[in-house]
Design a protein around this ligand. Structure first.
Ligand code: URA
Length: 245
């Protein structure tokens, strides 16, 4: 047996012990919910934390699965995991960067000032917030709103990928530099690459400026509107203001 096979074998034995102890009414308080989940699913150890192998059949199952996530250092100061919200079959998914203070407190994405602006952008597209899915690259607030770090992004990205593969949107809109660099590649420049179609998991992806950037530089709203018009066209939506050609 090689090392990998030994680990898988050992996990199989632990799993059997667990199942047996549960059958006679014993709990396993020393294991986190996530560890239990893995073990109950059986020995399948492609489980490198940065390339997780897990399967969830619904967004609810995925949300439960990560409800006590402790994979990265963001766990220390977060108050709530901000999983994301919207219809499970949304045609359009907005992906921001990371929760801020208000999102951390409420557990909901984009509820602060930048969120209000995002809501206005969505309305201008002729949609409502509850018709689109809104989430972030990382699900926990980085302390003092610093940028999420590469190791934190690597840990969290598998969950976003799982979300996207469950939702299967027609279009993804990446909000800001961190989002597009995480979803497309690290060489992306938001000023250069916004407004052009890219791809994530085979889905058309449009990068645009983050609403927080628009709060500081409102003159960039015109470019964001141009990007939104491209998305509307891709989704077959009519410009409610009759401004697009
Ligand atoms: N900024 C983000 O990128 N995401 C949020 O949820 C809020 C602010």
């Amino acid at each position: 047996m090689n090392v990998r096979e030994e680990i898988v074998d050992l996990l199989g034995q632990i799993r059997m012990q667990l199942i047996n102890s549960q059958e006679i009414g014993l709990d396993a308080p020393f294991l986190s919910k996530n560890s239990l989940h893995y073990l109950k699913k059986g020995p399948q150890l492609d489980v490198a934390p940065s390339d997780e192998n897990f399967s969830c059949n619904s967004l609810k199952e995925l949300e439960d699965f990560i409800s006590d996530c402790d994979r990265c250092k963001l766990r220390k100061e977060r108050k709530n995991i901000v999983f994301g919200e919207g219809p499970p079959d949304a045609g359009l998914v907005f992906v921001g960067e990371a929760p801020g203070m208000e999102e951390d407190l409420t557990g909901k994405p984009f509820v602060g000032l930048a969120g209000k602006l995002l809501t206005d952008i969505i309305k201008a597209m002729g949609l409502t917030r509850d018709e689109v899915y809104i989430c972030n690259i990382v699900k926990c607030r980085p302390p003092r709103n610093r940028d999420p770090e590469p190791d934190e992004i690597d840990m969290c990205l598998p969950f976003l990928k799982a979300q996207i593969s469950l939702i299967k949107p027609e279009v993804i809109c990446a909000l800001g530099r961190i989002s597009v660099q995480s979803l497309v590649n690290r060489d992306m420049k938001i000023t250069r690459d916004r407004g052009e179609w890219h791809e994530f998991m085979g889905i058309p992806l449009m990068p645009t400026y983050h609403p927080a950037y628009l709060l500081r530089y409102p003159q960039a709203k015109r470019q964001v509107w141009e990007d939104m018009q491209k998305i509307m066209k891709e989704l077959g939506l009519k410009d409610p203001r009759g401004l697009s050609d």
